[in-house]
Design a protein around this ligand. Structure first.
Ligand code: C5P
Length: 235
């Protein structure tokens, strides 16, 4: 069965500092989005990549894809995105042709995910899981806090969840097509990942091992790390 990847790339990247939309910023001379597209197309199972561009940037993204070498066995579509990540993913799913029974959703902001992780996610969906997420154990202990009443006051700690049972979740997340579409039709709360919408439907979501290089480029220091990883790969 053919597999499609939807790449939401419509975020502004405010936490990265001023500049172009995050996905269009360069890592070692190549836009982050192009790295992310290549990471999905690196899997031989992926035959379509749908890029969700900034709402006013679809033409620019199309010419970027044309200007960079991409595998010939993969098709590419570009659609304009929305106000939230969730809306952007839904707009990407609207463009998904019916023959794709398995769909990956991958953040443009995780440009360096290795193909082994992509293939592990695909494999678990093929084996029957309706939703699959790659994830890693946490290095830090995590505390739940009560947001402070005033901005300059310290925040009281409410709880310390058992770290051994926590996982930091990455992308690509993999789905049975019908499940993901139903989740996007049903769940309206604002969520930060697609799998949590499937959890809200009461369906089984499973975790496969993630990868350190699938980290999300969010803050300025992440750019330094990403460029160092690319230099080591000689890209
Ligand atoms: O903001 P955050 O880092 O969670 O964004 C994750 C991904 O979602 C990024 O690749 C970003 O471009 C995308 N996004 C989007 N549309 C939005 C907001 C974020 O496609 N409105």
């Amino acid at each position: 069965t053919p597999i499609a990847a939807v790449i939401p790339a419509a975020g502004r990247g405010v936490r990265l500092g001023p500049g172009a939309p995050k996905a269009l910023r360069a890592l070692n001379g190549t836009p982050m989005l192009i790295h992310a597209v290549r990471a999905m197309a690196a899997s031989r199972a992926v035959s379509l990549v749908i890029v969700v561009a900034p709402p006013d940037g679809a033409a620019e993204v199309k010419s970027l894809l044309d200007a960079h070498a991409l595998p010939e066995r993969t098709d590419f579509l570009v659609v304009p995105g929305g106000e939230t990540r969730q809306e952007s993913v839904r707009l990407g799913l609207d463009a998904l042709p019916p023959e794709y029974e398995i769909v990956l959703v991958h953040d443009a902001a995780r440009p360096l995910v290795p193909v082994e992780t992509v293939d592990a996610v695909i494999e678990a969906v093929r084996e029957g899981a309706p939703a699959v997420v790659p994830a890693l154990p946490l290095a830090d202990t995590v505390k739940e806090v009560e947001p402070a009443a005033e901005a300059d006051q310290p925040e009281p700690v409410v709880a310390t969840p058992d770290r051994a049972r926590l996982r930091a979740v990455q992308t690509p997340q993999g789905f049975d097509r019908g499940t993901l579409i139903r989740a996007h039709e049903t769940v309206t709360d604002n969520v930060t990942d697609d799998a949590s919408m499937v959890e809200q439907l009461g369906l089984r979501v499973v975790v496969v091992p993630g990868h350190a290089e699938a980290f999300k480029v969010t803050r300025p220091l992440d750019l330094v790390l990403a460029e160092a990883v690319l230099a080591r790969r000689r890209l």
